[in-house]
Design a protein around this ligand. Structure first.
Ligand code: KIV
Length: 279
């Protein structure tokens, strides 16, 4: 199974095989993701919650995205790197180009991702015309948490399904390279997947999309709480907690460090040192 090196190669996977994306925000996570040969790494603005301790993605800045993306790129030089444009950083084409330009120039990102439908079309067209690949994101769009009234599944009525389908087709016509579908019913995701030529990447959108993306912490079981749509594929939180608890007990109980895990000086050098001390 060949690993894509470019956004164009990701695009060409549609209809060939499912593609696998994961988020990463630091060197260790990115090194692990790249070693596991994922198809793409997303530096999502979910880093606001997973790494920075905010309760939403809204406070995340372009500066935050550049900082984390540069770190991720250093660990994953050959993996397709997609970076989120944060809240308010793409509200018009000029602002979007400045934000995306920084991310592409300073973090060597392959593409940027932005949330929203028809209203973002002028932005998508402008970025694509300037040579920056864009990934769309529809459905549960976390930057609109206040408008949605919480992190709720979207497109559950005929009207909202119709709007989402129309948004997907307008974004595809505007030149996006892929479309993330988050928090929507599986049938809706399947319909969109069949109706657009770009790959759809699902998160909480069922199994019929062209690929899946998971937040790193959810994927490996690092989150304290797991969303309904996630299967943790490891129990990292439990394993790490156990390790830290054992370390604590070993230090308090005097078992760590033992002689085997200490550095030593020869008796001869120690005697020489001791005899130099004034008595
Ligand atoms: O910010 C993020 O991590 C994302 C994924 C959930 C798709 O946008």
């Amino acid at each position: 199974m060949t690993q894509p090196k470019t956004v164009r190669e990701l695009f060409q996977l549609k209809g060939q095989r499912p593609q696998v994306w994961i988020t990463a925000y630091d060197f260790t996570q990115a090194e692990l993701a790249a070693s596991a040969a994922v198809d793409a790494i997303l530096v999502g603005d979910s880093l606001g919650m997973t790494m920075l301790g905010y309760s939403t993605t809204l406070p995340v800045t372009v500066e935050d995205m550049v900082y984390h993306s540069r770190v991720v790129r250093r660990a994953a030089r050959d993996t397709v790197l997609i970076v989120d444009l944060p809240f308010l950083s793409y509200r018009d084409p000029t602002t979007a180009l400045l934000s995306a330009g920084r991310i592409v120039q300073e973090a060597a990102a392959d593409a940027v991702k932005l949330e929203g439908g028809a209203r973002t079309v002028p932005v998508v067209e402008h970025l694509v015309a300037e040579g920056i690949p864009v990934i769309g994101h529809l459905g549960l769009t976390p930057q609109s948490v206040h408008r949605m009234g919480g992190y709720r599944v979207q497109a559950r009525t005929a009207d909202t399904i119709q709007t989402l389908v129309a948004d997907a087709s307008q974004l595809a016509a505007a030149g996006i390279s892929a479309l993330v579908l988050e928090g929507i019913p599986d049938r809706v995701a399947a319909y969109v997947t069949q109706s657009v030529a770009v790959p759809t990447i699902g998160i909480g959108a069922g199994s019929a999309t062209d690929g899946q993306v998971l937040v790193f912490h959810d994927c490996v079981g690092l989150s304290a709480r797991t969303p309904k749509f996630v299967t943790p594929f490891a129990q990292a939180r439990e394993a790490l907690l156990e390790g830290i608890r054992k370390y604590r007990e070993a230090v308090i109980g005097g078992a760590f460090p033992d002689a085997q895990h200490s550095y030593h000086v020869s008796d001869q050098e120690w005697d020489r040192f001791v005899h130099r001390q004034p008595s």
